[in-house]
Write a new protein. Structure first.
Length: 52
């Protein structure tokens, strides 16, 4: 299980052929929110339901 990092998913698929990969929605949403903060949109995200 991992987050939604494409590079990591590719490596896992190559190294563990036949294994099933699962991603964690919690970690995905955390990564999205960190990206929102990084580009300075956290105030808009927190206050405007249309943006969420």
């Amino acid at each position: 299980m991992s987050d939604f990092e494409p590079a990591l998913i590719t490596v896992i698929a190559a190294k563990f052929v036949g294994a099933t990969h699962s991603s964690c929605y919690f970690h995905f949403t955390q990564a999205v929110y960190r990206a929102i903060q990084r580009v300075g949109l956290s105030t808009s995200y927190n206050n405007d339901n249309d943006i969420k």
